[in-house]
Design a protein around this ligand. Structure first.
Ligand code: ARG
Length: 489
């Protein structure tokens, strides 16, 4: 009893130490100061590229009015910092932009973002560069003819937008929130919702590309778009305001807006494959990269944890490890992988690195380690106790007993569940798009956001997952067969 309480004490001290380190990390400094931008050599704009003509994907690139403004900001800032600054654009969920800004993952946000008092408590807004209003898109044959008809209907909005607040505050309709505007448009076209409330200028662009939709010409709100910087980043804000003022005075802003108002010129049409294969290829590469490295971390961690757990069973002094491993597997298996990914990326990682792929690899590595640990432990425990006892009574050392007798048999027990674990890992990585990693699933969604046609890209993505899983299963079968052969000797 005395021993256990000492173990628990040590365990608590370790925990306290970890939390202390974690808190220290969280106090690390701001990463979007001008000197940081200068030393990085790039400035990062955060946006949600689903909002033509302000930001949308075209031939694999993000283009639009906000991008043109951002180019000017990068140029001006580069001049001030005496360096050539590269403009990087991070395509994220609109609802996560303010977090990203706070965390310093992006330096500023330009996303057709409307000023509101509530938002101004968390970000610093620039001067306005565009006035807008929420409007309604419906299907051409819809019975919704004016704003009052929205009452009692299912209305689609983009999560966290002013359209979302407007509809939610009215309270007389069912608000369906989508991460990307494109998803709401697809839902409207499919008849899943009755209307979409969205900024008017963007509504025009969307309607011009979708013959079955039309816009109700009534303004629901009055808003103005501004660029957001991190609260307190007055130096960057000053430069953004200078750029906007210059662009207004020399007529460039008006010219850009007018040029994006024109119906898009039709480019030489490329085949679906030619146009979208780069997304798919990048998606496959990232999905495989995350799965591969996470699997390695998971296996190493899982084997280590399982060995500690098994060893702690026969050795009272190692009881502390049992408590530790149980703590690790309970937390990891008891919380959703997506939440772990958010915590890793937005809380822990934001102070250490800005690379979402690394954050994803570590999260899935740790997550998978907990499952591997259980598989390995079960695999070892499935071996007859008699074998341990026989080995010991023959005077075989613990190390030789484990490495020559127990582990080879355990591997055979574990292999099927381990392959199963890697296969689920591959499929689980499909959530990394939430932190902006272009994996296979996000590639499918990105293509949908340009074509407004979800079936083909999503079926292609599903087929590729299936092929990858079939490949893993094939490898697993081969290893299993080889092991069976070696068994017969
Ligand atoms: N103006 C609206 C808002 O600030 C919608 C912005 C949507 N922007 C986007 N890139 N999806 O909430």
């Amino acid at each position: 009893m005395k021993k256990i309480s000492t173990s628990v004490k040590i365990f608590m001290i370790i925990n306290f130490f970890c939390f202390f380190l974690f808190a220290l990390c969280c106090k690390a400094q701001d990463d979007s100061t001008l000197s940081k931008i200068k030393s990085r050599g790039n400035i990062i704009m955060g946006t949600s590229a689903d909002f033509p003509p302000f930001e949308s994907l075209k031939n694999g690139k993000i283009v639009g009015i906000d991008v043109e403004i951002a180019k000017n900001i990068a140029k001006k800032l580069g001049v001030k910092l005496e360096t050539d600054l590269e403009l990087k654009i991070s395509d994220l969920s609109l609802s996560s932009l303010m977090f990203e800004l706070k965390n310093g993952t992006i330096d500023f946000m330009a996303s057709g973002f409307s000023y509101t008092e509530e938002r101004a408590r968390n970000v610093n807004f620039s001067e306005s560069y565009f006035t807008a209003s929420q409007e309604i898109i419906v299907k051409k044959n819809s019975e919704i003819k004016e704003p009052n008809d929205l009452s009692g209907k299912k209305i689609g909005v983009q999560l966290g937008t002013t359209g979302d607040s407007y509809c939610t505050n009215l309270g007389n309709m069912e608000v369906v929130r989508f991460d990307k505007i494109t998803d709401s448009i697809v839902a409207l076209s499919n008849g899943n919702i009755d209307a979409v409330v969205i900024d008017g200028f963007s509504a025009d662009k969307i309607v011009s590309k979708n013959a079955n939709l039309h816009k109700i010409p009534k303004n629901l709100t009055e808003e103005s778009y501004s660029i957001g910087v991190k609260k307190g980043n007055t130096k960057l804000l000053k430069i953004v305001n200078e750029v906007l003022l210059e662009m207004k005075q020399n007529g460039e802003l008006e010219k850009i807006i007018n040029s994006y108002m024109q119906p898009e010129y039709v480019e030489e049409s490329k085949s679906f494959f030619e146009e979208y294969s780069p997304y798919i290829i990048e998606g496959i590469a990232n999905t495989l990269k995350i799965t591969f490295f996470a699997a390695i971390i998971g296996i190493l961690l899982g084997v280590l944890m399982a060995s500690l757990k098994v060893a702690s069973k026969s050795n009272k002094r190692m009881k502390i490890f049992d408590v530790f491993v149980t703590f690790y597997t309970t937390i990891t298996r008891g919380t959703p992988a997506l939440v772990q990914l958010f915590i890793m990326y937005y809380v822990i990682f934001s102070r250490i690195s800005k690379n979402p792929i690394t954050a994803a690899i570590i999260t899935f590595g740790i997550n998978s380690g907990a499952y591997v640990c259980e598989h390995v432990r079960a695999g070892i425990e499935a071996i007859e106790r008699g074998q341990f006892e026989a080995g010991r009574s023959l005077g075989i050392s613990e190390r030789v007993l484990m490495s020559k007798i127990i582990v080879p048999q355990a591997i055979k027990n574990i292999l099927p569940s381990l392959t199963g674990e890697i296969i689920s890992l591959l499929k689980e990585t499909a959530v990394v798009g939430f932190i902006g990693v272009m994996d296979l699933s996000l590639a499918g969604k990105k293509i949908t956001s340009v074509t407004f046609e979800p079936a083909l890209p999503l079926f292609i993505v599903a087929a590729i997952y299936l092929i990858l899983v079939a490949g893993l299963t094939f490898i697993h079968k081969k290893i299993e067969r080889r092991m069976k052969k070696s068994d017969s000797y």
